[in-house]
Design a binder for this molecule. Structure first.
Ligand code: FAD
Length: 488
């Protein structure tokens, strides 16, 4: 029996909008169902967070350059004036960016591309035939894509509701950012927790990161989380790891958090524990779509346990980065419209954590590579303190760690350094196109730039690789001895 659509997408998330535009550009018949606005979108958090990091970065740079004497201030006072951040202005700027974003990614643009945009909350039904019901319309389609995103995970602790807390979403509401107290406990070890902690510490707040894990950023290479932990602690952040929160209580208008065997007194608790899927009311059980607390269960083709229903982005509890959500959408759309043939391959997709210094990462950690390739794994490191432009910027903290096979195949790259997110893409492309490290050794970046560290690391690997290759090493040695002897 004929159906009305090739693809019905649920959720106008960045990945849902991307999927709809992609499918429409392929002349597929597409519907996109978006629920009435519920006041919070995690893409907004990303923009608010980035804008705050940028503003705080400027004020830190201003303080740093004024201390290194580059500028003289005509004011009579001995004290170097330090800019104080206008959080309200920073938020308005972020709001402006969100307006631009909304313009470029508007549902009206999708409708003009031929997408049937339906505003309403709907749910799946199985009988008499599988469909998505919204506003009394039965949307019958060859395939469906769930892209409803996620919401902040709330800690399941009795007294927490009563004591009160803020999620990462609440921070940007009303004037919470301005009125938040001076002592904060940030619960979680996620990139969001770490970015927030550094920002608040740089705003002069007294910050605790409280994590159940053995280390912050547990998904990252241990050398990366160690360095970022050291930077945060040097900036005054107190990090309590392996410290599950077992109790919160309020005493004399202060909030007490029992974390492991320590109790800390704070003004506010911020939950940055990760994300929970937006699946309420979708009736997934009725259409055999299995899910867990972290998200909808998917195979490598992004099919749910119901092969005609796909999902992508934060609702599946994966990497929770906007660009990765859109990458997943690109795979799901191909599989849904043509044939379920395409697999996701996250090994070639980079991501970033916007602390200062930034993390840029792609591919395997050293431990993952050794587990997979055993002895045929080599690690090469270069430090930003040896990079000219990092010295010019006065941002010498950090390293480039490349994980490579003896044949030069790149398995992973971990860059912790200034603007690392901007040039991790070079290694990601090499990984994606199976380009060997020697090609990066022959890629001379403009001087002086930070990306010079990639070339320097690759050349260091080449040198070490030559030293490991005794035959070639000895051959070259004897060749040049001969040539010297022959030359007059
Ligand atoms: C503090 C913070 C900082 C971040 N920083 C970054 C960063 O620097 N870089 C990065 O790549 N990512 C970052 N992210 C993650 C990024 O924001 C998300 O991965 C990305 O925006 C996708 O989010 P989402 O899928 O949750 O979609 P959302 O933006 O939350 O959209 C979900 C959409 O689905 C709709 N919806 C929900 N339920 C239903 C339903 N039942 N029916 C119909 N529609 C529904 C909602 O109305 C909404 O439009 C950050 C996230 C946070 C919280």
């Amino acid at each position: 029996m004929a159906v009305d659509y090739d693809l019905v997408i649920i959720g106008a998330s960045p990945e849902g909008i991307f999927a709809a535009a992609t499918a429409a550009s392929l002349n597929a018949r597409v519907a996109l169902v978006e629920q009435p606005f519920k006041g919070h979108l995690s893409r907004s958090d990303a923009i608010y967070s980035r804008t705050l990091t940028r503003a705080i970065g400027f004020s830190k740079q201003f303080k740093d350059v004024s201390e290194c004497g580059w500028f003289s201030f005509s004011s009579n006072s001995e004290i170097t004036p330090t800019p104080s951040i206008q959080l309200g202005e920073v938020q308005s700027w972020a709001k402006q960016v969100l307006c631009y974003q909304a313009e470029y990614n508007s549902l009206a643009i999708l409708a003009s591309l031929g997408v049937d945009v339906i505003m309403g909350s709907g749910s799946f039904c199985e009988l008499p035939r599988q469909a998505f019901i919204v506003k009394e319309r039965r949307l019958r389609s060859r395939a469906y894509l769930i892209a409803t995103g996620s919401a902040p995970t709330i800690l399941d602790l009795d007294t927490l509701e009563q004591i009160g807390y803020l999620t990462t979403a609440d921070l940007w509401q009303e004037n919470n950012l301005e009125s938040i107290g001076d002592r904060l406990a940030i619960l979680g070890e996620t990139p969001i927790a770490v970015e927030l902690a550094q920002n608040f510490a740089r705003l002069g707040k007294d910050i605790y990161i409280i994590s159940e894990s053995q280390r912050i950023l547990p998904a990252e290479d241990p050398e990366v989380s160690q360095l970022i932990q050291a930077v945060l602690e040097a900036e005054g952040v107190k990090i309590l790891t392996a410290s599950p929160v077992t109790q919160v209580k309020s005493i004399e208008r202060k909030k007490w958090v029992q974390a492991g065997d320590r109790a800390v007194e704070v003004d506010e608790i911020i939950l940055a524990l990760g994300r929970s899927p937006n699946i309420q009311g979708l009736n997934l059980e009725k259409v055999d779509v299995k899910f867990g607390i972290r998200g909808i269960k998917l195979n490598k083709k992004l099919q749910t346990t119901n092969p005609r229903i796909y999902a992508c982005g934060d609702v599946a509890g994966g990497y929770q980065f906007l660009h990765i959500a859109q990458y997943e959408a690109s795979i799901a759309v191909k599989n849904a419209l043509f044939a379920p043939y395409f697999h996701v391959d996250y090994r070639t997709i980079p991501w970033a954590i916007f602390t200062t210094p930034q993390l840029g990462r792609v591919g395997m950690t050293e431990a993952q590579a050794r587990k997979r390739y055993g002895k045929d794994v080599f690690v090469v490191r270069q430090y930003f303190k040896s990079i000219t432009f990092a010295q010019v910027l006065g941002e010498n903290t950090g390293f480039c760690k490349l994980v490579v096979r003896s044949n030069g195949e790149i398995l992973g790259a971990h860059l912790v350094g200034s603007e690392a997110a901007e040039y991790i893409g070079t290694i990601a492309l090499a990984l994606q196109q199976k380009i060997k490290l020697r090609a990066i050794a022959n890629l001379f970046s403009p001087f002086p730039t930070l990306s010079d560290i990639l070339n320097k690391s690759a050349r260091e690997w080449q040198r070490a690789n030559l030293n490991r290759n005794k035959t070639l090493h000895n051959f070259l040695k004897s060749l040049f001895i001969c040539r010297r002897n022959w030359s007059s």
